[in-house]
Every structure is written in C-alpha cells, then in structure tokens.
Design a binder for this molecule. Sequence first.
Ligand code: SF4
Ligand code: SF4
Length: 245
Amino acid sequence: ENAFPWIEADAGIEFDKWGLPKLNESTLQSTQPKVFFGGDAAFGPKNIIWAAAHGHDAAISIHKMLIGENVEDRPAPGMNIVSQKMGIHEWSYDNAPTIDHRFKVPHRPKAEALKDIMAEVELGFDPKLAFEEARRCLNCDIQTVFEGKLCIECDACVDICPMDCITFTDNGEEKELRTRLMAPAMNPTQDLYIGNDLKTGRVMVKDEDVCLHCGLCAERCPTGAWDMRKYYVEMTQAEHACRKQ
Ligand code: SF4
Ligand code: SF4
C-alpha cells in the first residue's frame, strides 16, 4: 500500500514500488497530467528548501499548462555577476579569513534536560556566538574572476595568495597539470579554473577547492586582472517570468 491510500486507483496516477508517485523530475507532473506533486509527497523526505523549490517548479508547470504552453519548456533563471570592489583595498563584503573552528550550539546541562522531557536541549547561539560563527563565512557567493588580457604576469597574486592556489604555467592534460601546480590539486571532482589570453602563451590555473575568497589576489593585482564578483541567481517564478519565454 502506498502513502496515498485515499487516491483512487483509477485516477490515472501511477506509483512506483516504493509507493511514491511516478513524476517528471523537472515539471513535477504525475502520470495524470493535471496532478502535480511536491515536498515529501514527491520524492520522499527532503528538507523544507526542496519543498519550496518544488512548489515554485510545480507552480511554473501549472501556469504553463493553464495557458496552453508546453510544461517541459522550462524558463531559465536570471543570473548576474557584479564586482564587489569599492576602493583599492575595500570590498563590499567582509573578506578577512578567520581561523576559528566551528562554534558548537550550546546544550542545556544533561542533568537539567533529563529531569524535564519538555525542556529544549539545544539552547541556540547568543548574539556574540552567532556573530563569531557568521564571521566564519567563506563568501562562497563571491567569485574570483580573471581577465587574461589585462594580466602582465608579474606573479604578485601568486606571491600573496595564502593558499597557493594560483599558478602560471604551460598548459597540459588536466591529470598531469594538477600535479605541477603551486599546491597540487588533489580533488578531481572540483574543476580547475583556467585563464588564457596571456601574452606568453601560458595559462593561469587556479584550484577552486582551496580558495578562501579573501580577495588578496585582486587587491594586489596592479592591473585589475583579478576581480571579486558576487554571483546572483534569481529563480524563475510562475506567471510573468515564465510567460517571457
Ligand atoms: S581569493 Fe584569496 S585564497 Fe582565493 S585565489 Fe585569491 S588570494 Fe588566493
Ligand atoms: S597580480 Fe595581476 S597582473 Fe600580476 S600575475 Fe597576477 S593577475 Fe597577472
């Protein structure tokens, strides 16, 4: 028996062997074209972020279906990448790396928690601890962007990078190239960032896996060949955005 015993067997909605509805993963449409699923009902337990995303995707599908468009033509999200430079050494984000380890959420003392089954065990961060934890943010939404045409290959960025993640070298096969970087790039699942257009014909290779997004390379670069840019993704919403297609 599936999790939807109240759905009549002749409703046209097919279920898999786990009792979950058979769905198109991008449109969330079931085998009954007028029925869409989302959240835990779609693919089993996930978190609330997935549930909200399913809601948006299903809303786009429903809207397209109602106006007679193909639900499988999915509108692309909006994307933007904007420089965060505000001055020679000023960025619009806090770029100082911190060496703090993760701060643990304080717990109620065990003796107290065991006495009262209703007492919350996790006490949460106080403002000071929350501030310290937030300062550990690695600014993953801020990307290093390289313009090879502006680079004079002075190696200043290579010298200042605290993680040795920038190398100027001859190009080569990726597997071999990974072994001759300033610090060998050991994680094959993380793509290398390759910049070309250099006057010497070499390439700039950056190991994204270890970058701290500290912006020191962009601060040191005398020509502005490095920039720190914030990457925005604006997810498509139903109605006007999907009608633009
Ligand atoms: S942002 Fe910081 S860690 Fe990343 S490449 Fe530049 S200097 Fe190195
Ligand atoms: S500091 Fe700038 S100009 Fe110098 S090597 Fe790095 S990117 Fe090129």
